[in-house]
Design a protein around this ligand. Structure first.
Ligand SMILES: [Zn+2]
Length: 154
């Protein structure tokens, strides 16, 4: 079975819809999923926007109707991404500032504390998007979940 992923060398995503007569969506590569996640786009089609406001998420993709809405608590996992990245950057910045540039810890603490408040707030949407990407990567069956299509087939 031929791989049915976009191969445009410019990185621009071409149509990624199922082939005619085939109801299954092609499985994107992990790099494609991450790229879509960082652009806050639908992991399945790469076209629809994940968010319709600053914080408000679309219930489903406006393009392919992939469900973004998940059971309660699903997106709690995105806090691990957000917290992990914040902790990693803060630790690295402290180590570099303290031991490479010999800046006193008392000088570093306030800008890093501000970073710990601002960064997770700004990264909130991307953390959610990347959490959804991980779900699609490790359980690719969710990419083909389509309530409308399932009802038609039953
Ligand atoms: Zn979509």
């Amino acid at each position: 079975m031929p791989e049915n992923t976009p191969t445009d060398p410019t990185g621009e995503e071409t149509s990624n819809e199922p082939a005619p007569g085939n109801s299954r969506w092609p499985r994107p590569t992990f790099e494609t999923l991450v790229w879509r996640g960082l652009r806050l786009r639908c992991p399945r089609c790469g076209q629809g926007k994940l968010f319709c406001g600053i914080i408000k998420m679309n219930g489903a993709c406006p393009h392919c109707h992939f469900k973004f809405e998940r059971p309660p608590g699903f997106y709690l996992g995105s806090t691990y991404i957000n917290y992990g990245l914040t902790a990693w950057i803060t630790t690295a910045a402290f180590m570099i500032g303290r031991f490479r540039f010999n800046i006193p810890g008392s000088t570093l603490v306030w800008p890093l504390a501000a970073f710990c408040l601002i960064f997770p707030t700004l990264f909130f949407r991307h953390a959610r998007s990347l959490w959804l990407v991980l779900d699609c990567q490790f359980d690719s069956s969710v990419l083909n979940e389509d309530p409308e299509r399932q009802e038609m087939q039953d």
